[in-house]
Design a protein. Structure first.
Length: 221
């Protein structure tokens, strides 16, 4: 049984999207930050950081195989390694030690360390940090950093449907989710990157994942 702890349109959406792409059966546990769910003793007992997403993959027939995992990119890698070969709609995985593998890992590192960090800095100083710690002046720095990273990503985008040909990969999920976050934050994307975002974000699996997240959040409200 797979259980994903998260909230709609946060980093947990990356994982719910991948779960849907792989055709896996999974449960969603909504974490309501406004109600303090992330700091509830029951949640902290399994996830001391209090952050989302958190994934529990539990096999009751072999308890030793149960895993509790945080960090969205790590969770996505785990799911691909465990379930991609048995999926009816497998994602692209580059051959080990190949040029594609090098570029694949470069993309994932760039997305999480460059594109995303600027957006998270912006969000922290808008609403996530305690008011006393927010620095309005840092917002201009974060926007500058994001725009610089977005222009680099624009130069890397290939002339194909996805980053590695015509098959979706984890890198596509992470990049598209980050670009969705950027547009919601009011960022303007370079044209090729914007076209890419719209195409990948139109995948039915993302719509299903968002619908499941929203429905569970509404039910638990």
């Amino acid at each position: 049984m797979i259980t994903l702890y998260g909230a709609p349109r946060t980093r947990s959406t990356r994982v719910s999207w991948l779960l849907e792409e792989l055709g896996l059966t999974w449960q969603y546990h909504y974490i309501n930050f406004a109600k303090g769910d992330s700091q509830h003793p029951d949640f902290l007992a399994i996830n001391p950081s209090g952050k989302i997403p958190l994934l529990i993959d539990e096999d009751k027939t072999t308890p030793e195989a149960c895993i509790t995992l945080s960090e969205s990119a790590a969770i996505c890698h785990f799911l691909i390694e465990k379930y991609n070969d048995t999926s009816n709609t497998p994602l692209y995985q580059p051959p080990k030690s190949s040029p594609d593998s090098a570029r694949y890992h470069q993309w994932i590192s760039f997305i999480t360390c460059e594109l995303e960090q600027a957006l998270w800095t912006l969000a922290k100083h808008k609403f996530a940090l305690p008011k006393a710690l927010r620095q309005e002046s840092i917002q201009a720095v974060a926007i500058w950093e994001f725009d610089k990273a977005a222009n680099i990503a624009e130069s890397w985008i290939p002339n194909s449907d996805y980053l590695f040909g015509n098959t979706l990969s984890i890198a596509d999920i992470l990049l598209t989710h980050t670009l969705q976050w950027a547009t919601k934050a009011g960022m303007t994307l370079p044209p090729k990157l914007e076209q890419y975002r719209k195409k990948v974000a139109s995948r039915p699996a993302l719509s299903r994942a968002l619908a499941k997240e929203e429905a569970e959040a509404l039910r638990a409200a």
